[in-house]
Design a protein around this ligand. Sequence first.
Ligand code: ZN
Length: 161
Amino acid sequence: MAETFGNGRGSQAWLKVSGSEDTLDPTGPCPCGGVPPGASFAQCCGPVIEGERRAETAERLMRSRYTAYALADGMHLFVTWHPRTRPESVDPEPWVRWAGLEVLDVVGGAAGDDSGVVEFRATWLAGEGRTRQRGEVQERSRFERRAGRWFYVGPEPGSPG
Ligand SMILES: [Zn+2]
């Protein structure tokens, strides 16, 4: 049941899906596609976003950040952004619905590494009917590990994003 998932925030209000009136079912497929594919939110990005489990790899952190965008969860985006490069606050667009993630390339970023690069493509939808828009974001992102935690640093120079 959604009400019993997690212990950090005391309600399921943060499970509201960005760009819709829906609430994410934690037992349903993770917005990131899941690791392994089809894994539920409660088994995949949920514990990372809740702070119950650290992302072991740069890819897992990137996936949790995508899922945080899908939930318009600015807090997780902020705390996983490297202090050197992060903005003062992170406010995901609440009218954008994130519709899919593809991981295109991974270099480094394993549990024993200090840095890594993950290239991804994310699809978004916004609006309804004739004003409906669809777009893609592609970025080659750099990650660094600091005190045992992975952080998003920013796009690689020359990244298509
Ligand atoms: Zn996930």
